[in-house]
Design a protein around this ligand. Structure first.
Ligand code: AMP
Length: 599
């Protein structure tokens, strides 16, 4: 069988060009020999990092085989590595985790003690990440034809960056990527042409950046073949932005001038090449936007869009109905699975429905192990050290937590993602992203766990003490019906002295007090990105949580084991809670946030 027919039999239609054929062949080679590649990756990581402080602790003495590695190196979490990471951040340049110099820190949206985790990285990691990026379009071209005949409207943003005390940059992985030469001076590729100019993507002011990207997207509306953002929440923010700003945008298109609020000189300079008066286009956009009904707005404004390129797996699945509404049900393509720690893999069937998306982990990216996860048990058998399974040995339908060993020096590091095996591509397993461990609430890139919510409630309760009032029970809910979405916390209060109950103002302040104690990613989304709205407290009638328990028991819950669900999403429960609401309160102002870390 020829290579082309082999690929088309396994993945889709034949490759679109030679470059694609090479990329697809690479995927085939890596996945056919997944175990051999994994073995080599581990040996390479262990031998090059043999003299690091971390590996020397375990007396590996240059041994690079799997069995020894597994028997001597422990599985760790970020908190275990934090003291070492802090030393690197403080300027210790000795080889602590990696033999290669740490080039910068990537700030994860996962937090530790309220602050973004700092992931050390090395320069050459970009080559690996770039390689994964280079596989995405060749796969997509197997399923969607003619993507070289137009452009992608992608809303891409950089975020603020800081320096650690030792002078290393700390910034999100995509900010690092967009600012790198890999992105800025990428060679022309007809399959990867964006409507957004680099100058707009690289502008740190989110209004100017979004405004310019939207304006360019409107000018080139007929050329746009795909519309995307990294996560679903980002694309919906862009739609909301259009709803709020179309009068000014159409004014600019009509007159060929640029909104005076866009003051970034490099954007102003590049927009002189884009701006032209086009009253017909302005009329068209205004007519569509003034219409109350925004159903299908994406395909009305960008009629040649073939699919939306956004991640809607995991926490982002909550946005699928809204995206369907605005796009008239266009396919949603989830192309890759990645993190600040490491880029993991890609979706070989990017046109599959979100609920059926599986990611194939590329065995060359890092050394991958899997901790069996029993969804029905809260922990693992005590005393027995957990047994990690290798990439090629995972079993279909089982759930695992991902554990990685990276070139940058993370060894047997628990990422915190729970994955389920759905099948194999050659010998490489494919995974459905089930969820992130311990995440209760998420709107954008924020992740709030049960402990953080509990702490936030406790802090807010302080304000109720002088009113002799306590919170009997609470539950939460991520409300994504509005854009931006926001956290809703249901409170049942016990007011011991009705003549001195907390006022409206005090309860509003409680909302703010909760926000103040949530982690820095939440506060950044609220303050800098505007991607989360004010936190809401809904006070429910006394006795509501008992009714909730009665309801759960009527559906078969055990009285002994019943626990108040700290996050609710099941419609009948939310209907019950909402029908008992006596007052609603919103955070009156923004919580504090600065790019500087508190620790
Ligand atoms: P960060 O470290 O902030 O870049 O976040 C990485 C995390 O985002 C991963 O560990 C996952 O929990 C989540 N994530 C990344 N890609 C996907 C995806 N395709 N589907 C679902 N969740 C994802």
């Amino acid at each position: 069988m020829s290579f082309e027919s082999m690929i088309s039999r396994r993945l889709g239609d034949p490759p679109a060009c030679d470059k694609d054929a090479k990329a697809l062949q690479f995927i085939e080679e890596m996945t056919q020999n997944a175990d051999g590649v994994q073995q080599n990756v581990l040996a390479e990581i262990l031998s090059r990092n043999a003299q690091t402080e971390y590996l020397k602790r375990f007396n590996l003495d240059g041994i690079t085989d799997r069995e020894t590695f597994k028997s001597v190196i422990p599985m760790v979490t970020y908190e275990d590595l934090q003291p070492l990471i802090q030393r690197i951040a403080n300027g210790d340049r000795s080889p602590i985790l990696s033999a290669h110099p740490i080039s910068e820190f990537l700030t994860s949206s996962g937090t530790s003690a309220g602050e973004r985790k700092l992931m050390p990285t090395i320069k050459e990691e970009w080559d690996r990440r770039q390689l994964l990026y280079s596989l995405l379009m060749p796969v997509m071209n197997l399923y969607v034809k003619g993507l070289d005949k137009g452009k992608g409207l992608y809303f891409l943003f950089v975020k603020t960056e800081t320096k650690t005390p030792g002078g290393l940059l700390a910034r999100p992985v995509l900010t690092s990527y967009y600012k790198s030469d890999h992105f800025k001076t990428r060679p022309y590729d007809p399959y990867n042409v964006y409507t957004s100019p680099n100058e707009a993507i690289l502008c740190a002011d989110s209004f100017q950046s979004m405004y310019t990207q939207m304006l360019c997207g409107l000018y080139e509306r007929k050329e746009v073949l795909r519309v995307g953002a990294v996560f679903a929440s980002g694309l919906l923010r862009a739609i909301r932005f259009l709803q709020l700003n179309w009068p000014q945008l159409t004014h600019d298109i009509r007159t060929g001038s640029l909104n005076p609020k866009v003051i970034d000189p490099s954007i102003q300079e590049c927009m002189t090449r884009v701006l032209r008066p086009d009253p017909e286009l302005a009329d068209f956009v205004a007519k569509e936007c003034v219409n109350e009904n925004w159903e299908g707005i994406i395909t009305r404004i960008w009629p040649n869009t073939k699919y939306l390129d956004v991640i809607v797996t995991g926490a982002m699945a909550q946005y699928i109905p809204t995206l369907d509404y605005y796009s008239g049900g266009l396919p949603l393509a989830c192309t890759m699975y990645a993190s600040s720690e490491c880029y993991f893999g890609l979706n070989l069937k990017p046109m599959s429905k979100p609920s059926q998306v599986s990611y194939t982990i590329m065995p060359n990216m890092a050394y991958f192990e899997f901790l069996p996860h029993d969804p029905n048990s809260s922990g693992h058998a005590r005393d027995l050290p957990p047994k990690l399974v290798d990439l090629v040995d995972v079993e279909i339908d089982k759930e695992y937590e991902l554990v990685i060993t990276t070139y940058a020096g993370l060894c047997r590091y628990q990422v915190g993602d729970i994955l389920r095996v759905t099948g194999f591509h050659n010998s490489a397993p494919q995974f459905h992203f089930v969820r992130r461990k311990n995440v209760l609430l998420s709107i954008d890139s924020d992740k709030t766990d049960e402990g953080e919510l509990q702490k936030a409630v406790e802090n807010a309760i302080q304000l109720l003490h002088e009113f002799n009032t306590s919170v009997v029970e609470y539950a939460s809910y991520a409300d994504t019906k509005t854009i931006p979405g926001h956290y809703v916390i249901y409170w049942e209060l016990l007011v011991k002295d009705p003549t001195n109950s907390p006022s409206e103002k005090v309860l509003n302040q409680c909302c703010l007090a909760m926000e103040e104690s949530l982690n820095s990613v939440y506060r950044q989304c609220r303050v800098a990105d505007n991607s989360i709205g004010p936190l809401e407290i809904r006070v429910v009638k006394s006795g509501t949580f008992e009714e909730l328990m009665d309801y759960a028991i009527s559906r078969g819950a055990s009285i002994n084991q019943y626990k108040v669900p700290r996050c609710v999403s099941f419609t009948p429960i939310m209907e019950l809670l909402d029908s008992r609401v006596v007052s609603v309160h919103f955070s009156p102002s923004l919580p504090r946030w600065t790019p500087e870390r508190r620790r």
